[in-house]
Design a protein around this ligand. Structure first.
Ligand SMILES: [Zn+2]
Ligand SMILES: [Zn+2]
Length: 394
């Protein structure tokens, strides 16, 4: 997502290159991919950076740290980081401009977890919200209940049957939740695959008290041979062992009842939490992203249940008040505003200054540029070396 104001701009979790400074919300690969481009300037929290580092991302140059509560100024835009409660180091970004504020949530969670605190409520004018689980069927049980279910299965079923209960789960976030649950509720040792070990080491660096044994260590191998342990392994990792009993730990488990073992362990807000978060942030408009078909469906719920203008985030340009339509009427208003702004005869107005002045009145850079071209074509304005001025009549 790109926020522009006047001639300054910032990009949040872009997947492509960006001409603006980049802000990365957290270390999951679908949000952090701009770290693959060495030359771009990237702001991210220190834990986010450390997580990418231990997961083997190369060439992590041009990183600038930002912490929760801290503000970075980019021209007329101020970007502030707020806790997102999703995984270690995850933040939401609030962009403030003289015209209003925009909240980009990234991925967030409302604290139903062992390792994270709830996402901070941030008052905003425009909210860009993730809707990974933006349908009513996604109603996650209390963390404690999910944990008890996982423990019951591992301790009462899998282990007595001579099997190693194995949790297939995300190495950042859910893996540490599974470790915490077993640490807190049982004395069963937790064995972790390489990536889960590395990520958990970073959690420990930041004060999370997690107890686990790496699967490749002598102790880990012994535990796995013996079978009196739990194994945490990310979705992709392969173990050539016969004695594993696999279960999925993920928010998607809600959709998979009866299809093998699946526990609804989620590091995202569920449907009701998404709505309540919006209600508390009190935006005037909502744009949804990151939810497949639900991106559109959830926006409808926001309109109907909360009475707040909402739609999916698209590649279209938007202002804080609504989409840019390029309608004739809007362009007419834009010309008039531009003419009121360049009212001193003979005075030269530079285009960066005009873009900024027009932004203050709710017009985007491209609208101002289109209006300038139009008025120059009609000879109302004339080009000078550094910008425009009213055409001088002899
Ligand atoms: Zn994520
Ligand atoms: Zn995500």
């Amino acid at each position: 997502m790109i926020v522009e104001y006047g001639d300054s701009g910032v990009a949040f979790d872009p997947s492509n290159s960006s001409e603006h400074p980049i802000f990365v919300s957290h270390a999951h690969a679908d949000h952090a991919s701009s770290f693959k481009k060495l030359d771009l300037v990237k702001y991210a929290t220190e834990p986010t950076y450390k997580l990418l580092e231990v997961l083997g991302w190369r060439n992590l140059g041009n990183w600038r740290p930002i912490s929760v509560g801290e503000t970075v100024r980019v021209g007329d835009i101020e970007v502030k980081a707020h806790n997102a409660g999703h995984v270690l180091g995850s933040v939401q970004f609030e962009a403030s401009t003289p015209e209003g504020t925009i909240l980009y949530t990234g991925d967030f969670s409302l604290g139903n977890s062992y390792t994270m605190e709830a996402a901070e409520v941030v008052r905003c004018d425009l909210m860009v919200i993730e809707t990974t689980f933006g349908a009513p069927m996604f109603k996650f049980p209390k963390r404690q209940d999910v944990a008890l279910e996982m423990v019951r299965w591992a301790v009462m079923e899998a282990i007595p049957a001579g099997r190693v209960p194995t949790f297939r789960t995300d190495s950042i976030g859910n893996a540490q939740e599974v470790i915490s649950a077993f640490n807190l509720l049982t004395s069963v040792p937790v064995v972790t695959s390489r990536s889960a070990t590395r990520v958990s080491d970073v959690y420990r660096m930041y004060g999370h008290d997690l107890d686990y044994v790496d699967a490749d260590s002598p102790e880990g191998r012994e535990l796995l041979d013996d079978g009196k342990c739990v194994l945490v392994a990310p979705k992709g990792s392969k173990f050539k062992r016969e004695n594993l009993d696999t279960a999925l730990a993920s928010g998607w488990a809600v959709m998979m009842r009866n299809r093998g073992r699946a526990f609804p362990l989620s590091d995202h807000a569920d449907f009701r939490e998404l709505l309540s978060f919006i209600r508390r942030c009190r935006p005037k408009r909502v744009l949804t992203f990151h939810g497949g078909k639900m991106t559109k469906g959830f926006a409808e719920y926001v309109r109907k249940r909360l009475g707040i203008d909402a739609g999916p985030l698209t590649s279209r340009e938007e202002t804080i008040h609504g989409p840019v339509t390029r309608g004739e009427l809007r362009m007419k208003v834009c010309y008039e505003q531009l003419l009121r702004t360049v009212r001193i005869p003979g005075f030269e107005y530079t285009s960066p200054w005009l873009v900024k002045e027009m932004a203050r009145r709710g017009f985007t850079r491209s609208e101002t540029e289109a209006a300038l071209t139009h008025l120059v074509d009609r000879r109302v304005l004339e080009l000078t070396s550094s910008g425009v001025r009213l055409t001088q009549v002899a």
